[in-house]
Design a protein around this ligand. Structure first.
Ligand SMILES: C[S@@+](CC[C@H](N)C(=O)[O-])C[C@H]1O[C@@H](n2cnc3c(N)ncnc32)[C@H](O)[C@@H]1O
Length: 207
């Protein structure tokens, strides 16, 4: 089992912040990059959905979205936002890829936006995600690659995580992430810089 406790406490706190945007950082750029892959045949598992803004936007294009997050605070916000005029082809639940059972594989696409830098054992997580997809299944991600350049934001993040105010963040470069994806059995279809952070959108396919 993963030890998520400190991370859950952090994301629960973030979820309750007044005025927190329902769509995370770079959501518009992520959606624009993902849109060509969001076809009506796609059954999507969205890992680390947060408050669910991107999950709901994806649901308009695809067959269905099952959105999961380790933070019950995030899932509560996502569910309550879906109460007024509910989107019927989406579900939200508290969980991680390790809490889903091996028989649960009713999807042909996995998405995970702005989550990978926070994953403690990233290699293990990527292998699990790869095992959860059929060959040819798509995996769409967005990720900051803070190792690519020194910036004020990077210094701030390093300081905040040293002070344990926020979870530790990987500071990999995009080529490190591509290597990890290859090692986990994914073929890269597209890689695109979507912000000057720098943050990348990567589309890959299970080999
Ligand atoms: C920066 S937010 C991104 C939310 C959303 N994907 C977006 O782009 O707006 C990161 C989210 O990942 C979740 N998270 C972190 N580690 C996770 C894990 N191992 N499994 C599932 N969710 C996780 C956090 O609870 C948080 O809600």
């Amino acid at each position: 089992m993963e030890n998520f406790e400190s991370q859950v406490a952090f994301w629960d706190r973030v979820s309750s912040l007044a005025g927190e945007k329902k769509r995370g950082f770079s959501a518009r750029e992520v959606l624009a990059a993902a849109e060509p892959f969001l076809l009506p045949s796609k059954k999507v598992l969205d890992v680390g959905c947060g408050q669910g803004g991107i999950s709901k936007a994806m649901a308009r294009h695809v067959h269905s979205v099952r959105a999961i997050d380790i933070s019950s605070g995030m899932i509560a916000v996502a569910k309550s936002d879906n109460e007024g005029a509910p989107i019927s082809n989406i579900s939200f639940e508290v969980g991680s890829v390790f809490s889903l059972s091996d028989n649960e594989n009713d999807w042909n696409m996995i998405t995970s936006f702005n989550v990978l830098p926070y994953i403690i054992n990233l290699e293990r997580m990527l292998c699990r995600l790869s095992n959860m997809l059929p060959p040819g299944g798509l995996f769409l991600i967005s990720s900051a690659c803070l190792g690519e350049r020194m910036s004020l934001l990077r210094m701030l993040v390093v300081t905040l995580s040293k002070l344990e105010i926020m979870p530790k963040l990987h500071q990999f470069k995009s080529r490190n992430l591509v290597n990890l994806l290859n090692d986990a059995g994914f073929e890269i279809l597209e890689i695109k810089k979507i912000s000057r952070l720098p943050e990348y959108f990567i589309a890959c396919k299970k080999r």
